[in-house]
Design a protein around this ligand. Structure first.
Ligand code: UDP
Length: 250
């Protein structure tokens, strides 16, 4: 599958259908796999933190979440066929799970939320097998217990909604013990899907302003979002040849 690199982080050039096909292959092969959603914030964090970059590089599929990634691809001559968001791919995979018999486990968000999301899905997608759920506010010393609960439930797909980089760290630490599920970090998706937090109206999503809507709802995100203008400047400097990177031909 075509993979671009944006400032040292790979990002797959794929469609939603490609992602579903990829997951189907992985489940059938029983191969432990990690899907990571890439946005400008993660790229900026990885640039500043080599340990985090190495952690992220352990993912198997990198989806172009975040309109900034699509824009960077266009500017740098590395086009992506479409934006593939974490929350949309999550819903799509759950629908597929219901028809294909994949078992799912939901981990993360405050107590009660993952259960609420699971119930909603079970009603909406008959046949869906939610084999377990657990909130994301356990202590470090409880992690082994949570991992045992997941292993015992033997899901095919594990969705982890604990925010970044906690969810990524959890997946990397435990994927070997978890056996072979396809793991995916889904950030605040359970909050949105339970109706606890609103997602931007579709027209805002279409014109790439979803991030500004989140900022309106959660002004405390302003610090985190300062990564976005920094990313834009980096892309423009790169385009203008003002930024050299390791791996450039001398
Ligand atoms: N969360 C969690 N455990 C923690 C910290 C956060 O389960 O220790 C949950 C939190 O309740 C929320 C999600 O993780 O549902 C993070 O949402 P956010 O929108 O911050 O995700 P991000 O933008 O990092 O993807």
């Amino acid at each position: 599958m075509l993979k671009h690199e944006i400032f040292g982080i790979p990002v797959n050039a794929l469609t939603y259908q490609d992602a579903v096909d990829w997951v189907a292959e992985r489940v059938a092969a029983g191969k432990s796999s990690w899907i990571l959603a890439i946005n400008p914030e993660k790229i900026m964090k990885a640039l500043a933190d080599e340990k985090l970059r190495r952690l992220l590089l352990q993912a198997d599929l990198f989806i172009p979440d975040g309109i900034g990634i699509l824009w960077a691809g266009k500017v740098l001559g590395k086009p992506f066929p479409q934006r593939v968001t974490g929350v949309d791919i999550l819903v799509l995979l759950v629908k597929e799970a219901a028809t294909r018999g994949w078992k799912i486990f939901l981990l993360g968000a405050p107590p009660g939320i993952s259960q609420e999301v699971a119930r909603g899905w079970e009603l909406k997608y008959p046949g869906l097998q939610v084999v377990g759920h657990h909130h994301g506010y356990f202590k470090e010393e409880e992690e082994a217990q949570v991992v045992s609960k997941i292993s015992a439930a033997a899901p095919d797909l594990l969705f982890v909604a604990m925010g970044s980089p906690r969810q990524e760290q959890f997946i990397v630490n435990n994927r070997a013990v978890l056996g072979a599920p396809v793991c995916m970090g889904v950030g605040g998706s359970f909050d949105v899907l339970s109706g606890r937090k609103k997602r931007a109206p579709v027209w805002m999503q279409r014109i790439g302003l979803e991030w500004s809507y989140r900022l309106l709802l959660e002004p405390r995100r302003i610090l985190r979002m300062s990564a976005l203008p920094k990313f834009v400047i980096l892309v423009i400097r790169r385009k203008l040849g003002m930024l050299k990177l390791e791996g450039d031909k001398k």
